[in-house]
Each structure stands twice: as structure tokens, then as C-alpha cells.
Design a protein. Structure first.
Length: 345
């Protein structure tokens, strides 16, 4: 079996999960310099910010690093669907003294496109990963053209087989325990989602490329368990959220350190797509999965306005407090120290 270290040119079998909205280049640099694979989430970065962040990584490490993109199809804006969502959120807008009609339309998260590929071609990052499937074959060929290793997330065995058939170098098996957005792309039925250990074992048996375990792995023992089942390495996200190099907000950090972190849910109310986070007021009151939520990423436009106002008042009632089911590994340690701890067994 090809080791993750050999495949990616790293010394530790640890990938820091790309976490859009709560990190930038600083976390990726720290993990890469420690011997793992640091990751930069690019789905919420504009062109200039993307250039600046990748340039910062290039300037501060000579080790491999990963840049990550979403591959969703941009939905058409539906005025009718948006109006229904606005009406459902109206009580919260009134409570916070906000005008729901003043919210602009548009999607704050964009999929990988030709412009992003042009930027990457300037830097030739050694690893490029994708969430929600893969981009078009033409775009993928451009990434392959400079020799980048290509990774993508699978949440089912069928998705893993599909990714292998489309030429990825390794599959990230994302178990249901994982925080943040589910990488689902061949279906929408949450009943088909599996826990990490069950998924990893089945994916390892189903495909020939290396498998990277993700979801609920928060310590060295979890890393060892995943690798005992055949994983070539692991991807860890939640455990890094309290590191000083992360941009995790004070409210989010507070939630991760509290008893609230023990109760998470897969919800679509923040962005329109299933993602796991700590249960807070809006999840409890709207329900974890709302039929009214517009498709990803359109639901986030109105929700982000509520979030900004509430957070300015010290409340996380409307904040996506992304977290996996196992926040026990969250430590206020430098990312390099945490990376070595994870790889210590």
C-alpha cells in the first residue's frame, strides 16, 4: 500500500482539514512546517485574497501544502424560494431590528473555475483537493498538468469508486462524524451516510488508491485506529480549531470548550447543504434540516446577516459553529505541537 507520506511528500500521515471561514494560511503553514499537510480553503476567497494567501504559504514553507475548492453547481436564484426563506426568518430579523428586504442576493461560496485554475497555475501547488466531487475534466487536466496530486472527499463507497474512476490520487473517506460540510455529491439521502470506521474499511476494500480517514479523529489513538483499518493517513479538522493559528472566533472557541460541543447536528439551515455543527438556537427552532432553506450556497446570504448582527451583540444564536462529533481533541496548543501529538502513536 502506498503511504500518504510517499504520495504527498510529507513526513507525518496527518492532513489538516481545510476549514473555510475559520482559517487562513497561518494554520496551513504551521502544519506543513511540522511535517503534516497544511491545507488552505479557497472556496470563500476572492482572486486577490487567494493569491495573497498562497504567496504567503510559498514564502514561509518549502514543504508540500494543499489548496482546497468546492465543486458544487451554482444554483439558479429563485425569487419565490428566497421569499419563502425570508418569511421564515422574518421573526429573527424583527428581533434584531434588521430589514430582511435589504439583504442582497448572490452566493458567497463559489466552485472551482477557470479563474481559480489560472491563479493556481502561477503557484503550482503540490496538492489540490476538492469537496462535492470534482471539477470538469478540462479543469482537472490543468491541475494535473503541473504534477499536482489530486484528492477528493467521498461519503459513500459509490462516491469513492467514482472518484477513483475519474483519476484521483487518493480518496478522503469522510465519515458522518466529521464537522463542516458533508462532501456528498452522488446523492442527497443522509440515510446512506456512514460513520468513519465503517466507511474507511469498506472503501479500502473497494478501491486501489490510498484512502485517507476523516471524521471524529481527535487524538493519536484515533489516528492509529483508522490506520489499523487500512487508511494510509488521516485528515483532522475540529481538533485544530483552538490552535492560535486558526481564525476561529471567540464565540466559536467558547462553544468548543463548553458542554455544548457534545451535541452536534447535521444541518442545512446555514448554507443550504448538510453540514455538522454544534446545536444552537437557530438549529433547535428551525429544525436541523429545513425544507425551506434555498439550495447551497444561497441560504447563507440571509443567514449571514442575522449572524453578523447577533455576533456583534455577543450571541452565537445564528452562527455556524462547525464541529465534528468529537471535540475532545481541541487544545489551545500551537498547531505544530498538535500535529506531532496526533502522529505520536
Amino acid at each position: 500500500m502506498t503511504s500518504m507520506q510517499d504520495l504527498l511528500g510529507i513526513s507525518l500521515p496527518i492532513i489538516q482539514a481545510p476549514m473555510a471561514g475559520v482559517q487562513g494560511s497561518a494554520l496551513a503553514i504551521a502544519v506543513s512546517n511540522a511535517g503534516g499537510l497544511g491545507s488552505l480553503p479557497c472556496a470563500m476567497l476572492g482572486a486577490d485574497a487567494m493569491r495573497q494567501e498562497i504567496a504567503a504559504i510559498r514564502a514561509q514553507t518549502d514543504r508540500p501544502f494543499n489548496v482546497n475548492f468546492f465543486c458544487h453547481a451554482q444554483p439558479d436564484f429563485s425569487a419565490q424560494r428566497d421569499a419563502a426563506w425570508r418569511d421564515g426568518l422574518a421573526p429573527y430579523f424583527r428581533e434584531l431590528g434588521l430589514d430582511p428586504d435589504a439583504v442582497p442576493g448572490g452566493a458567497p461560496r463559489r466552485p472551482f473555475d477557470a479563474e481559480a485554475a489560472d491563479i493556481l497555475a502561477q503557484f503550482r501547488p503540490p496538492v489540490v483537493s476538492f469537496h462535492f466531487g470534482l471539477p470538469s475534466s478540462a479543469l482537472l487536466d490543468r491541475v494535473r498538468g503541473w504534477g499536482a496530486r489530486i484528492l477528493s472527499s467521498a461519503t459513500t463507497v459509490d462516491e469513492a469508486r467514482w472518484l477513483e474512476a475519474h483519476g484521483v490520487d487518493a480518496v478522503i473517506a469522510q465519515g458522518l462524524e466529521a464537522g463542516g460540510h458533508r462532501g456528498m455529491f452522488l446523492g442527497t439521502d443522509l440515510n446512506g451516510q456512514m460513520g468513519t470506521l465503517a466507511l474507511v474499511r469498506q472503501v479500502v476494500r473497494a478501491i486501489k488508491v490510498p484512502v485517507i480517514a476523516a471524521g471524529g479523529i481527535a487524538d493519536a489513538e484515533g489516528v492509529a485506529a483508522a490506520m489499523a483499518l487500512g487508511a494510509a493517513g488521516v485528515q483532522v479538522g475540529t481538533a485544530y480549531l483552538l490552535c492560535p493559528e486558526a481564525n476561529t472566533s471567540a464565540l466559536h472557541r467558547q462553544a468548543l470548550k463548553s458542554e455544548a460541543a457534545r451535541v452536534t447536528a447535521v444541518t442545512n439551515v446555514f448554507t443550504g447543504r448538510p453540514a455538522r455543527g454544534i446545536v444552537n438556537r437557530i438549529i433547535r427552532e428551525l429544525g436541523a434540516i429545513s425544507e425551506a432553506a434555498p439550495p447551497f450556497p444561497l441560504a447563507a446570504t440571509r443567514m449571514s446577516v442575522l449572524r453578523a448582527k447577533a455576533e456583534s451583540q455577543g450571541s452565537s444564536d445564528f452562527s455556524p459553529l462547525w464541529s465534528g462529533q468529537n471535540a475532545s481533541g481541541c487544545k489551545e496548543l500551537p498547531a505544530a505541537v498538535l500535529t506531532h501529538e496526533l502522529a505520536s502513536v
